[in-house]
Design a protein around this ligand. Structure first.
Ligand code: PLP
Length: 303
């Protein structure tokens, strides 16, 4: 990741090094925040934010679940994100975050002041070029995806990401690129920061929102693109064995885009390299986000 110069903080731009909070900030101690991750792409008619409105809507939904009283409207948030991209050079990823910044000891979040920050960075390839070109290595995590009744798994709530960090660390310590987490029922949920798809006997499958996943915006984009290309896409429970015996597996996420999976738990998926369907969808997605397909122009917000 490369830093930028200005961070949007409660309506004003501050220098990167001045974007500070207190050590007793409620969010720092208890994870009480909601965030987003949004990509910015160069297109023939200038930089564009991919599915900005959907990301802001999900951020606001998360705030509603956390009972955060956001003092900004939907349009103001969209504009602030665009402005943050405009004032910084070399940006490909934006991370808005609403969190309880008040100095508080005790779990009750009611009445604790909140802060809204928007940080833009240059992220580049999230899982690395090699994983993107040759397919990623995955391990099945010993940590389960927090299930829908134990945590708001469908929202990007900061505190929930401890499990994702543990899963990611486990993958790295095993020499893998990413971890796939199972849910409380033992079915496939998702990766630490990506949704998961498999292609098997001519059809695409992905877990349902009832399987304790984050309802990914890239997941939704790929489902629409795949259907437009004539594929049948089925949202359903997926067992670990279903996944290990799939013809192809790939991950989707704003940061990781579409990354194909070469192996899971040291077992080759299909031929152990990026498959035909994943490659076709990844290529189409790369065109769509860069404004090269007018059909999906609706997903691009020019900066
Ligand atoms: C846990 C988790 N699952 C899936 C995703 C993919 O979601 P999206 O495609 O909206 O980035 C993310 C990334 O935001 C995530 O953090």
């Amino acid at each position: 990741m490369e830093k930028t110069s200005k961070i949007w903080m409660d309506g004003k731009f501050v220098d990167w090094n001045d974007a500070k909070v207190h050590v007793l900030a409620h969010a720092l101690n208890y994870g009480t925040g909601v965030f987003e991750g949004i990509r910015v792409y160069d297109t023939p008619s200038g930089p564009a934010i991919f599915r900005l409105k959907d990301h802001v809507k999900r951020l606001m939904d998360g705030c509603r679940v956390m009972c955060f009283d956001l003092p900004y409207t939907f349009d103001e948030i969209c504009e602030a994100i665009k402005e943050t991209v405009r004032v910084n050079k070399k940006v490909d990823y934006v991370k808005p975050c609403v969190f309880l910044c008040g100095e508080a000891v005790g779990l009750n979040p009611i009445g604790v002041p909140l802060k809204f920050t928007i940080t833009a960075v240059y992220l580049g390839s999230y899982l690395g070029k090699e994983a993107q070109e040759k397919g990623a290595s995955l391990v099945t995590s010993s940590w389960f995806r927090p299930w829908n009744l134990a945590a708001p798994a469908g929202c990007k709530v900061n505190g929930i990401y401890v499990t994702s960090c543990l899963a990611k660390m486990e993958a790295k310590k095993h020499g893998a690129d990413e971890a796939v987490m199972l849910n409380a029922q033992g079915n496939v949920a998702e990766c630490s920061g990506e949704n998961i798809f498999m292609f098997k006997r001519g059809k695409l499958y992905t877990p349902t929102t009832a399987d304790s996943i984050l309802e990914g915006i890239t997941r939704n984009s790929i489902m629409e693109i795949a259907r437009d290309l004539g594929y049948e896409v089925i949202e359903t429970e997926i067992s670990r064995i279903d996944m290990l015996t799939a013809d192809e597996v790939f991950m989707t996420g704003t940061a990781a885009e579409l990354t194909m999976v070469a192996n899971i738990d040291k077992r080759a998926i299909g031929e152990g390299k990026p498959g035909k369907v994943g490659k076709q969808l990844a290529a189409k997605y790369a065109d769509v986000v860069r404004g090269k397909d007018p059909k999906y122009e609706k997903w691009l917000d020019r900066v």
